[in-house]
Ligand binder design. Sequence first.
Ligand code: 6PG
Length: 247
Amino acid sequence: MPAPEIRIFKNLEELSRAAAAQLAEITGPIKPDGRPFSIALSGGHTPKSLYELLATQEFSSRIPWSRVHLFQVDERCVPPTSAESNYRMIREAMLDKIALPSGHFHRMAAEEPDRDAASQSYAAELQTVTADSSVKWPRLDLIFLGLGEDGHTASLFPGSAALEEEKLAVCPNWIEKLGMWRLTLTYPVLNAAARIIFLVAGPEKAEIARQILRSPDASTLYPAQRVRPSNGTVTWFLDEAAARFLA
Ligand code: 6PG
């Protein structure tokens, strides 16, 4: 896999503007197969800044929402009204303010007691919208990923069982360090994507960014390093604070 592209921005605002512009650029032309664009959104403070920007008139008017379906990368197993819910964050930051057609946001029902059934149902929904019989896994057009200081991405945390999931597109994952369950897209889906954009900002991410982006290519020490689309691109969007060790 070619080395990922690295783009460095002055601050989170500039990073988010560039990511929003990239989304507008990608969704501009109608896809050759006429299918909608499928975009997956992560939780976290860094991605939230992008969602807030996408909700502004400047960017919202540039996105053909009628040709876009939004998915979740992962979700905490809490009610959708919880302050910890990624859905609630995405809804408040963006969904409540954009003209996304009904049925075009696909929420992970991670609050369901039967987490396996909720995962299977979400995988089926993902497959239906992205359906392409020529590929085994749902192929998302773009996935926005965050990065934790421990090298996690999505809800794929170091040492967690979902790191080894190869059969399911979506699965529950117990996160020991947080003492909580989550639902997450798995590596087969992440690595089937056409485009991955990592959104990384803040001085606290500088060391993990250095270890991931400056380590030997073969390294798969951290979960984020195993995001290597077989037929897609990976671009890292960092602000200067997070990139300070990448000179
Ligand atoms: C989540 C996210 C997670 C997040 C990273 C970065 O549910 O928390 O999906 O992967 O994107 O932890 O979060 P910050 O940008 O807040 O550091």
